[in-house]
Design a protein around this ligand. Structure first.
Ligand code: UD1
Ligand code: UDP
Length: 380
């Protein structure tokens, strides 16, 4: 059978890379890779790291692109690719606009869709925006749902998806993470090398559309106060390439001592920096999944999360974007050893490193190529 993986942003690439590498091990599957390139540099970093063979590249990214731009360019770009290749199954990942548009493009040609990381829900269509809608719309048009956790599976069942079309497989981000975090990793970047060993690193990332503007500036003001008031801390902040994020960062954080503003980092140094950090402040989805495996407390700069598992086990806290709340919560974690220890427990609610194997096994089983059912991922 022919399977085409379609993805376009950094997190989709990170999570799809181990799946593509696993597909390539199977001669009974012809594997094709199509990039939409909704992201450019941030996507290419991942494609290069995992040495993914690329068959098509729609190269759609524009500076400051709107949701209409992405939807339109992906949908039309894929029309030709799908007409030419006629895959039996299209694999999409997660909840970006690439995910939904690629799903729609496949549906218009009556091609089956396999959705990796299916079933995540906040219940609020505007948070995160537009991701909650993207993943719901994708589920409606999906044949094979790869739910990372039992909670995600239950969400899909509540929406009347068929049980035998859902496979609980874990999240492939943990496959990627385990392949890149190394003991005694040495950073090539001089700025990171120069951070003294006794310093505690506060790692920060922000990019959510609903946080652009004042919510982001609030968070940045809290960061300034943290490095000024908590001894031995430094902030490392790889700044997303979105021009609106860059503008807000520049306004509040440019030139502040103890705050390192760097470009988006390659995946390998980034995961090793997570492992070296004391705490993480982020509005990212993927980082909420990775950090618990590394035992790193995460303060999530959002009001909702579609990843409740690590909140339930205590490694992740939702703090939103109120300046005082972000500051006070981080301050307590960095100055109260007991509070820190309570959150810094290493747990693996999202994966065990075997998700990609389960996904490929599920494809082979579902389409009658193999009789072996994939195992079910159980969090430990
Ligand atoms: C997108 C996804 C979001 C995902 C995030 C991961 C949508 C609507 N949003 O948000 O779900 O969490 O990716 O990071 O699908 N840019 C570059 N180079 C790059 C990447 C981005 O210059 O390599 C700049 C461009 O000006 C681009 C802008 O960032 O227009 C925004 O990119 P876009 O993909 O529209 O939104 P993200 O915030 O990255
Ligand atoms: N990441 C990275 N370099 C960075 C920041 C993040 O490689 O400078 C990785 C991170 O480890 C995670 C993914 O990018 O796997 C998360 O991407 P992002 O936060 O952009 O998107 P989201 O997960 O929120 O959709």
């Amino acid at each position: 059978m022919k399977v085409m993986a379609i993805f376009g942003t950094r997190p989709e690439a990170i999570k799809m890379a181990p799946v593509v590498r696993e597909l390539l091990k199977h001669p009974e599957i012809e594997t094709k890779v199509c990039l939409t390139a909704q992201h450019r540099e941030m996507l290419d970093q991942v494609v290069d790291l995992f040495q993914l063979p690329v068959d098509y590249d729609l190269d759609i990214m524009k500076q400051g692109q709107s949701l209409y731009d992405i939807t339109d360019r992906v949908l039309l770009g894929l029309k030709e690719v799908l007409e030419k290749e006629k895959p039996d199954l299209v694999l999409v990942h997660g909840d970006t606009t690439t995910t939904f548009s690629a799903t729609l493009a496949a549906f218009y040609q009556q091609i089956d869709v396999g959705h990796v990381e299916a079933g995540l829900r906040t219940g609020n269509m505007y948070s995160p925006f537009p991701e909650e809608a993207n993943r719901r719309l994708t589920s409606v048009l999906t044949t094979l749902h790869f739910a990372p956790t039992e909670t995600a599976r239950q969400n899909l069942l509540k929406e009347n998806q068929k049980d035998d079309h859902i496979f609980t497989v874990g999240n492939s981000v943990i496959d990627a993470l385990l392949a890149t975090v190394k003991k005694d990793y040495v950073f090539e970047d001089k700025e990171l090398q120069d951070i003294e060993e006794h310093k505690r690193i506060i790692l920060v990332t922000t990019h959510r559309r609903e946080n652009l503007g004042e919510p982001m500036r609030n968070v940045y003001r809290a960061l300034r106060r943290l490095v000024e008031t908590v001894p031995d801390t430094e902030v490392v902040f790889p700044v997303h390439r979105n021009p609106l994020v860059r503008q807000a960062v520049k306004e509040v954080l440019d030139g502040v001592p103890g705050i390192h503003l760097v470009d988006p980092m390659e995946y390998e140094p980034f995961t090793n920096l997570m492992a070296r950090s004391a705490i993480i402040l982020t509005d990212s989805g993927g980082i909420q999944e990775e950090a618990p495996s590394l035992g790193k407390p995460v303060l999530v700069l959002r009001d909702t999360t579609e990843r409740p598992e690590a909140v339930a086990s205590g490694t992740v806290k939702l703090v939103g974007t109120d300046e005082d709340k972000v500051y006070n919560t981080a301050y307590k974690l960095l100055t109260d050893e007991k509070a820190y220890k309570e959150m810094a427990e290493s747990i693996n609610p999202y994966g065990d490193g075997h998700t990609s194997e389960r996904i490929v096994q599920a494809i082979l089983y579902f389409y009658g190529i193999s009789e072996k059912k994939p195992s079910v991922f159980i969090a430990r």
